[in-house]
Write a new protein. Structure first.
Length: 359
């Protein structure tokens, strides 16, 4: 691979959005463009414990084996993918560059200056950049987003998918894939547009991401070291279930309803509400901000637990609802058989990656 990796640039041909988290692989394939997407394929499978740890692939063989099962379940014929990296090996900075530089000149300049922006040797990382906007105070300067990731992290994910017969064509960053999918939330829910300031909390197994949205743009983001893994573990043990997939199945069919998991949900909602309040207070106080949040949207795997939305709403002083990036989309029969309708709120990163094929 070259020094510059395609973190941002879209591809015209179909791509699978492949989200490799600490606990699962999720595959989503979309067709169409903004305002007219439909779901072509979807599947999700659990990863073995410790196959992925600290945002890095530890057991590539195990990841490849799960990826092959995901492909089989989804029924897709596409074998090119967009993936995402995350964690401490990913560094992003906004830098200023002369507005009169073309892309080649910017790449050369960034390569020359990179070591002043990142704490790793230049030959140990992949870099990419994206021009954001002109500096409002100096039109001769552009604000440029620079992203770097340790090469070993990128190559481990590419290698695992290659073992499964999938070629990685785009590498993104999970934070930006989430922000990309937030545009779908606004698009599918027009009342959230305009001057409504929305805090999107993506609650995963081991961490939660916050993205504050205003006028269709992300104005703030943060990662929280909090997730739903402990809740899942408690429910699996209490109800003597085999694994997470069996828990998800029982929740989906209603065998485990709101009443059956009320005690665990109450405890989790208390802790999650505390995390949300602290994160929003930090947002409001950061950089002397005086604006507040109008609406909280909850997405991620935690949305699969019945009763959590209402439990959070009773604990927070802002409106709370579950966000669905695929709301109103047509979906193939195979995707529906794989429960894409019920699991859509947990597919923000996968959706943001799948959108790279058509934007």
């Amino acid at each position: 691979m070259g020094r510059f990796e395609q973190f941002f640039k879209p591809r015209a041909r179909p791509l699978l959005g492949v989200d490799i988290s600490a606990t699962r692989i999720k595959l989503l394939e979309l067709e169409g463009r903004a305002g007219a997407y439909r779901v072509l394929s979807y599947a999700s499978e659990a990863l073995p414990p410790e196959a992925v740890a600290n945002d890095q692939i530890v057991d590539a063989d195990a990841v490849a084996a799960v990826m092959r099962r995901v492909l089989d379940r989804s029924g897709t014929r596409t074998r090119e993918a967009a993936i995402a990296v995350s964690g401490p090996t990913v560094i992003s900075k906004i830098i200023d560059m002369p507005a009169d530089l073309d892309e080649t000149e910017m790449e050369q300049q960034i390569s020359f200056d990179a070591e002043q922006y990142i704490p790793h040797a230049i030959d140990e990382v992949n870099l990419d950049f994206q021009v954001l906007e002109p500096d409002p105070d100096n039109p001769s300067v552009n604000r440029v987003l620079l992203v770097a990731c340790r090469r070993e992290n990128v190559e481990a994910r590419i290698g695992a998918l290659d073992m499964a017969g999938v070629k990685v064509r785009v590498v993104d960053v999970e934070e930006y894939a989430l922000q990309n999918a937030c545009s779908l939330l606004i698009e599918r829910t027009p009342e959230l547009g305009g001057e409504t300031r929305i805090a999107v909390f993506d609650v995963g197994a081991q961490q939660t991401r916050l993205s504050v949205q205003l006028n269709g743009r992300s104005t703030y983001s943060r990662e929280l070291s909090f997730g739903g893994h402990s809740l899942a573990t408690r429910l699996i043990e209490r109800h003597e279930l085999k694994d997470m997939d069996q828990l998800r199945g029982r929740l989906r069919t209603g065998d485990l309803d709101t009443e059956a998991i009320a005690g665990e949900i109450t405890d989790f909602a208390d802790r999650l509400a505390g995390q949300i309040e602290r994160a929003l207070q930090f947002y409001i106080s950061a950089a002397s901000r005086d604006e507040d949040v109008d609406q909280i949207l909850l997405v991620g795997g935690a949305t699969l637990y019945p009763g959590l939305e209402s439990a959070l709403a009773s604990r927070l002083d802002r409106p709370v609802s579950v966000g669905n990036p695929l709301a109103g989309m047509l979906a193939s029969s195979a995707a529906r058989r794989n429960h894409v309708d019920q699991e859509a709120p947990a597919l923000m990163v996968a959706a943001g990656l799948a959108m790279r094929a058509s934007r």
